[in-house]
Design a protein around this ligand. Structure first.
Ligand code: ZN
Ligand code: ZN
Length: 95
């Protein structure tokens, strides 16, 4: 299981993917359908949220989260096998 926390209140300019949900979709090659929180089945209002892994406090990742979980301040558990896509453009889409 993957435990993450939101990086609230910080936004990065959109990358060349258009927005951060597209960024995630582009690198997982399967579009996000549900919020990545383990018990959440919300399909609407998803956005690519910036998160950090609890075990790894340095790297920033993007995962699809619903409007409620985008602003959650508690630690979140994500669904199994969720792909954490790096938010570093140099490592991903290159811009
Ligand atoms: Zn991108
Ligand atoms: Zn959710």
């Amino acid at each position: 299981m993957t435990q993450i926390k939101n990086i609230n209140g910080i936004t990065k300019d959109n990358c060349s993917c258009g927005d951060w949900l597209n960024h995630w979709n582009n690198f997982t090659h399967k579009p996000a359908v549900f919020c990545a929180e383990i018990r959440c089945t919300q399909m609407f209002g998803l956005a690519g949220a910036f998160v950090q892994e609890i075990m790894d406090d340095t790297n920033w990742y993007v995962v699809p989260l619903c409007e409620k979980h985008q602003v959650a301040t508690e630690e979140l558990t994500l669904i199994n096998n969720i792909t954490l896509v790096s938010s570093e453009r140099e490592e991903t889409c290159g811009e």
